[in-house]
Ligand binder design. Structure first.
Ligand SMILES: Nc1ncnc2c1ncn2[C@@H]1O[C@H](COP(=O)(O)OP(=O)(O)OP(=O)(O)O)[C@@H](O)[C@H]1O
Length: 627
């Protein structure tokens, strides 16, 4: 378990470094600006020391008349001095040098901040792009089990934290650490006994950082996990809003949300407490060490081992020493937070699509245009590998043939469609199109040749036009309208407030079930694919809508190999073949009239459905049951 965490952390860092490598020019600019600042920080006390030891401390320079000068005389004497005396030259040079250092520092700070912001954003974008591309390439099976809210929070929140970790990393490595080391080296050269007072503080700082950061990271890791779960629940609640309200679950979902929110807040407070403790302990250290340095420094001056100028250098260095130390401890907290986020990113990046289900095989080729002959050859498949649902399943469908798949619930109808679309791969055997195993083809080229209409019509939050046009990139207005006409959707679209420009809500909010279905059919028509896959396209519709949708399906499926899963037998009476499934096996197959005559399972299903139609459920109850 421990090994895996270590591995994850290493991989997390590799994501970050490879993203930084991609933007190495900006990274180099940041590093140069930071290194420049480090040098200036080290150089800063020296002109000060020179001024104090050579100008202020030099007894021959003391002018007791100065206190009697007026302001004008003070200025005039100083300017005259500049032109005639070395002492004033020295003073002006020292001040000029200090001014240069301050200006240089400000300029470098500006360059560093701008370049760091650019680098951070580019790195976040790169990691986001990689994470999202990786996620969408994962097989469908992953998403069936994944918590989508949690994935969303990884993409949006965790990737943003990469910027933080990068900033802390660069600041600590390029600015803080070299500054601390540089100050220690110079201090030792100047007065090693005195410098020891500095060194004593380092182990305490290190220990406090490690102790509090570890605890902060644990709390943040827990908080992120809870927030991911919370985001999933919120997403689920909105997605199934109809079911939540119809089952009066509002109070329960709010209570669950509050509970999760409280737990997350607890962890955040805990993390904040540890970070607060770290900052407070650093402040205490600063105070104690300053006193010690002052005390020892004055003692060393009394003993004649140190000049006042050197003490000033030490005091200035002390200030410069604590700035990076404070920075490092501040970043330790942020680091703890961000590394928990990087670990979560890496968890996803470490998933291997090939081990999780259907994905492009190494030598996959783009599929040629299909004629549409489909064959399931000795297919063995089970969602649970120990309990196969299909055991040596065989079925061949001619190009252009329209086949309906019917049977009991759970008999494997939708599973056949999943295998055809390669949402899953068979455990044994193969699905062939035009005589070739579909695993030979790239997933995109295979699925591009399938027009799919599912129970859930998948309407996206965009205009009606874009919802249809997405089936065929670059589709013209005429093609979109023609598809909508063929799907029987054109009239109702024109009736919408802004026609084809009407913006639809998420999941097609604002449209009826039948309208959503016809929009999905228009999309399928526009795709102009040789194979059509329909999974219960009329479920939940009233009789009038069902009729309109079936009329559009007629137009969609004409001349195309069609697989339609349905429980509504009245909609498939004219299909070329009806395949009746039970327990993953074909138990009957033929045209409607023949199967009704045969007196088997189909006939029983047909009779029971007719009996149901004679005593229908109240309008809308079907949808509630489905939800
Ligand atoms: N993603 C999945 N993970 C695990 N088991 C699954 C999954 N999808 C379906 N199953 C199981 O596989 C069996 C066949 O499911 P499938 O959806 O193919 O049946 P179906 O005939 O289409 O049913 P229905 O008419 O109710 O839609 C069922 O027992 C189902 O519980």
């Amino acid at each position: 378990m421990k090994d895996r965490t270590v591995q994850k952390r290493a991989l997390g860092a590799s994501q970050l470094t490879s993203a930084v490598r991609r933007h190495w020019k900006v990274a180099l600019l940041v590093a140069a600006a930071m290194a420049g600042q480090t040098l200036l920080t080290l150089a800063q006390p020296w002109p000060l020391r020179a001024l104090i030891d050579h100008v202020v401390q030099n007894p021959s320079n003391t002018n007791d008349l100065m206190s009697r000068y007026s302001l004008t005389e003070f200025i005039l004497v100083s300017i005259r001095g500049f032109f005639h005396e070395d002492l004033y030259h020295f003073l002006f040079q020292g001040i000029f040098l200090l001014a240069l250092i301050y200006c240089g520092n400000a300029l470098l700070l500006y360059v560093q901040n701008t370049a760091l912001a650019t680098l951070g954003q580019r790195v976040v974008l790169t990691i986001r792009e990689r994470l999202f591309s990786h996620l969408v390439s994962l097989p469908h099976g992953f998403f069936e089990k994944a918590r989508t809210g949690d994935l969303t929070s990884r993409i949006s929140k965790d990737t943003a934290d990469a910027q933080d970790i990068l900033e802390s990393l660069l600041t600590v490595l390029i600015r803080s650490l070299p500054t601390v080391v540089g100050i220690l080296v110079v201090s030792f050269v100047m007065d090693w006994i005195y410098a020891l007072t500095f060194v004593m503080v380092i182990p305490v700082v290190y220990w406090a950082n490690v102790f509090f950061s570890r605890r902060t990271r644990e709390a943040v890791r827990r908080q992120r996990r809870i927030e991911g779960a919370l985001a999933s629940s919120v997403q689920e609640t909105f997605y199934y809003h109809k079911a939540v309200t119809s089952l009066s679950l509002e109070n329960e979902v709010v209570d669950d949300f509050l509970e999760g929110g409280r737990e997350s807040a607890q962890q955040a407070v805990r993390a904040g407490r540890y970070q607060g403790m770290l900052t407070a302990s650093m402040d205490m250290l600063v105070g104690a060490t300053s006193l010690l340095v002052l005390f020892v420094g004055i003692l060393r001056i009394i003993h004649g081992c140190l000049t006042v100028g050197q003490l000033m250098v030490f005091l200035s260095y002390l200030n410069s020493l604590f700035k990076p130390i404070r920075e490092m401890s501040k970043f330790a907290g942020r680091w703890a937070k961000s590394s928990a986020a990087l670990e979560r990113i890496e968890e996803i990046m470490a998933l291997n699509p090939a081990e999780m289900g259907a994905c492009d095989v190494p030598h996959a080729v783009p599929a040629p245009r299909f004629r549409g002959h489909v064959q399931f050859r000795d297919v063995w498949f089970g969602y649970d590998k120990d309990r196969p649902l299909l055991r040596g399943f065989e079925m061949a469908v001619a190009a252009g043939e329209r086949v309906a798949l019917v049977g009991d619930s759970g008999s494997g109808k939708s599973t056949l469609l999943h295998l055809l679309m390669r949402l899953y791969d068979p455990d044994r055997g193969a699905v062939l199109v035009d005589g070739r195993d579909i695993r030979e083809f790239t997933l995109a080229s295979l699925r591009n040749q399938m027009a799919v209409v599912l129970q859930d019509s998948y309407i996206f939050r965009m205009s009606v036009r874009d919802n249809i046009a997405m089936a065929k990139p670059g589709a013209t207005e005429d093609e979109v309208v023609a598809a909508a006409r063929a799907a029987g959707a054109h009239e109702f679209i024109l009736g919408l407030s802004q026609g084809y420009d009407t913006q639809l809500g998420e999941g097609g909010g604002g449209l009826s079930g039948g309208q959503k279905r016809r929009l999905a059919i228009a999309r399928a028509i526009l795709r102009d694919a040789p194979i059509v896959v329909l999974d219960e396209p009329t479920v939940g519709l009233d009789a009038a809508s069902e009729k309109r949708v079936m009329a559009s399906i007629q137009r969609l499926t004409r001349g195309r190999t069609t697989f339609m899963v349905t429980h509504q037998l009245a909609t498939i009476m004219d299909f070329d073949r009806i395949v009746v499934l039970s327990g993953g096996e074909v138990v009957e197959s033929g045209r409607h009239e023949d199967l009704v005559q045969a007196g088997g399972l189909y006939q029983r299903l047909w009779e029971s459905q007719r009996a149901e139609e004679e005593s229908p459920l109240p309008a809308g109850s079907q949808e509630i049951l489905e939800a």
